[in-house]
Design a protein around this ligand. Structure first.
Ligand code: CA
Length: 223
């Protein structure tokens, strides 16, 4: 997941980039509207963090241009402007979220993650719990940043559990999703897949646990 941060206060830009990089994002940083345009023209980003008061103009003009050409890139506006009318005009211009300075860096990271989880956001979504991450496009699973070999069916199972982390996923739903009508599941197919997945994750040192909710299904939680 690659983010572009447009912010012209060097200290704040450094903090924002650092926090996002530690959260696992690839981050490019620029400090002007013209520069942001150049980066957006040549690179593909999953989201944009946009300051409004920039040294060569207003971030809002950049946002309007994006939306005029029907670019749906998720945008989070970062600004010291806290008047309600500013917030409204930012959202009306097509921003997906708005964070007012000063803000807590962890909140910025969570909001970016929330933006990327939205179904209309860029498709490359990484689902995370504990030290476990699943890239829903690449279909890769990693634990503590190290790729772990997980079979396609177990990866699909893990994705279902991660999408509902902390909540129960019905056993029946898992069976229907994982096994097509032309290849009906054996009587213990789901149990076998869960067992395999648990072992894989445990061997890799994942800090998550897949709990069995007797008679209902399964629940994944950070350990
Ligand atoms: Ca600024």
């Amino acid at each position: 997941m690659r983010l572009l941060v447009v912010e012209d206060e060097p200290a704040l830009a450094g903090l924002v980039r650092g926090a996002l990089e530690r959260a696992g994002f690839g981050v490019d940083g620029v400090d002007a509207v013209a520069e942001a345009d150049d980066y957006l023209a040549v690179a593909r980003y999953d989201a944009l963090v946009l300051d409004l008061g920039l040294r060569d103009g207003d971030g809002m003009t950049l946002l309007r241009r994006l939306r005029q050409r029907r670019d749906g890139l998720p945008v989070l506006i970062l600004t010291a402007r806290d008047a309600p009318e500013d917030r409204v005009s930012g959202l009306d211009a097509g921003a997906d979220d708005y964070l007012i300075k000063p803000f807590h860096l962890p909140e910025l990271v969570s909001r970016i993650r929330a933006l990327l989880r939205r179904p209309n956001a860029a498709l490359g979504v990484v689902l995370e719990a504990g030290n476990l991450a699943l890239d829903t496009i690449e279909r890769t699973v990693s634990v503590g940043g190290q790729t772990v070999a997980v079979g396609a069916r177990e990866t699909a199972l893990l994705e279902m559990l991660l999408r509902r982390a902390g909540r129960v996923v019905a056993r029946e739903g898992i069976e229907q999703s994982l096994y097509g009508l032309d290849a009906p599941a054996g009587p213990n197919a789901v149990e076998v897949a869960i067992h395999r997945l648990r072992k894989r994750l445990q061997d890799a040192g994942a800090t998550v646990t897949i709990h069995t909710v007797r008679g209902v299904g399964y629940l994944l939680a950070a350990a």
